[in-house]
Design a protein around this ligand. Structure first.
Ligand code: HAM
Length: 421
């Protein structure tokens, strides 16, 4: 019978890879904690309306990429394509803002988008997501970017390429929208089907279009930073000055519009050349109208999400550095020795010593081979003859030396050896 394979674009993370995952997750928790962020865990499934309202009806994500289904004919549910909308939903549902107007939150987990799978792009992927609610000071924008870059460097990404932009606010964006509509007028026929539609609903999205005719056309399009109001311009200038305080290098990319509709003012991405077209490892920005849009008070916010698969593809940490090698292997011959090995093995494990043994009753030679394969520090050999003499052999696998030890008090003797190394 054929085996049933995983769904296309859904990937297993195998034991030899999970060490690297745990490494970046632990580093994220450490770094975020020292900046005052706390973890929030949110469901994977949400009501579809949350994302429609939060991300925007005319974005690629909502139009084409969501895993949505009608739950037993009752209501539409969606596997979360991102975490921001869900974090804010939880923040509002539990009145977190009543306890403290400032909330610094992070969450780590899988997201789902039905995109065309390719290198660095999956249908289930993982994000480390950070959200800060309740502050609209430009220093906060710089602080959150500083935390991000500090984290990326601490996991071994040498020179994260930071790009920033300002998308303006609800008062200055309409003039840009008009300029875009005017610019695209007459070019309608050359745009792809999606963009022809978006021209009337959301012309900003044409910037985000991955189809060739559109990306060529927008090369000469008006640029957002030329249309922002004085307040947004000042905000952006202050963000840059605050980034300079920490010597953070950045590039202003006036064409970066981000793929979600909720952004206002500062947006940013960390990009890399290595992944071909999928060059953003991190995306984020300010979203001062989103909390209100989702039914809450007028509370500003800013955040970012790191794509774990893309980050891991970029950092040099080796899988091998995370595969733990046993401290001890117990090779046992004969029933009685096996019984003793079984008892000792689990005793050592409960003392925190990584111990392995052979349960198959194989020859001493094949058990020693297995100990070698595991690259154990020590092998304890329990032979039938040795057992009768109430002795055992302890072999130091690295040095190739061996010594005889007595069975009485063997637990303490071995703990002493293993712990001394
Ligand atoms: P985003 O730019 O859509 O932003 O995604 C953030 C990161 O998730 C991307 O830079 C990329 O590394 C990763 N990513 C996205 N789609 C895929 C995929 N199909 N396969 C692999 N990795 C992927 C957001 O999701 C916003 N919620 C970020 C944010 C938080 N803004 C404010 N707060």
């Amino acid at each position: 019978m054929e085996i049933i394979t995983a769904v296309r674009g859904f990937k297993d993370i195998l034991p030899e890879e999970t060490g690297r995952w745990q490494f970046i997750e632990a580093k994220a928790r450490d770094v975020f904690a020292s900046f005052g962020f706390r973890e929030i865990r949110i469901p994977i499934l949400e009501k579809t309306d949350l994302f429609k309202r939060g991300i925007g009806e005319t974005t690629d994500i909502v139009e084409k990429e969501m895993y949505t289904f009608l739950d037993r004919g009752e209501e539409y549910l969606t596997l979360r394509p991102e975490a921001t909308a869900s974090v804010i939903r939880a923040y509002l549902e539990h009145n977190l803002y009543a306890a403290d107007p400032v909330a610094k939150l992070y969450t780590i987990g899988p997201m789902f988008r039905r995109e065309r799978p390719q290198k660095g792009r999956y249908r289930q992927f993982h994000q480390i997501d950070v959200e800060l609610l309740g502050l609209d000071n430009p220093r906060i924008d710089a602080e959150i970017i500083l935390m991000l870059i500090h984290f990326l460097k601490s996991v071994g990404l040498p020179e994260p390429g930071l790009e920033i932009n300002s998308l303006g606010c609800f008062s200055c964006r309409p003039s840009f929208r008009k300029a875009m509509t005017d610019f695209l007028k007459g070019k309608e026929d050359q745009l792809c089907g999606d963009c022809q539609r978006r021209l009337h609903t959301n012309p900003l999205r044409v910037f985000d279009c991955k189809n060739e005719p559109c990306s060529g056309i927008i090369a000469d399009a008006p640029q957002l930073p030329d249309f922002v109001c004085d307040r947004c311009r000042d905000h952006f200038k202050n963000v840059q000055e605050s980034l300079n305080v920490f010597g953070l290098s950045f590039m202003i990319n006036p064409r970066m519009v981000r793929g979600l509709d909720y952004y206002t003012k500062t947006t940013f991405e960390v990009t890399t050349d290595f992944l071909g077209a999928q060059n953003a490892i991190v995306g984020g920005g300010r979203y001062d109208g989103l909390v209100k849009e989702l039914g809450g008070p007028d509370i500003p916010g800013i955040g970012f999400a790191i794509g774990c698969e893309r980050l891991l593809a970029m950092i040099p940490v080796k899988n091998e550095s995370f595969s733990a090698k046993p401290d001890l292997f117990i090779a046992a011959l004969g029933d009685e020795s096996q019984q003793l090995a079984f008892r000792l093995c689990n005793h050592f494990r409960m003392s925190g010593i990584l111990t392995e043994m052979d349960y198959l009753g194989k020859s001493l030679k094949s058990q020693m081979k297995r100990a070698d394969k595991f690259q154990c520090a020590y092998t304890l050999i329990l032979g039938e003859k040795e057992l009768r003499e109430r002795k055992a052999e302890l072999r130091n696998m690295r040095q190739g030396t061996q010594e005889t030890i007595g069975l009485d008090g063997i637990e303490e003797t071995i703990l002493k050896f293993v712990r001394a190394r």
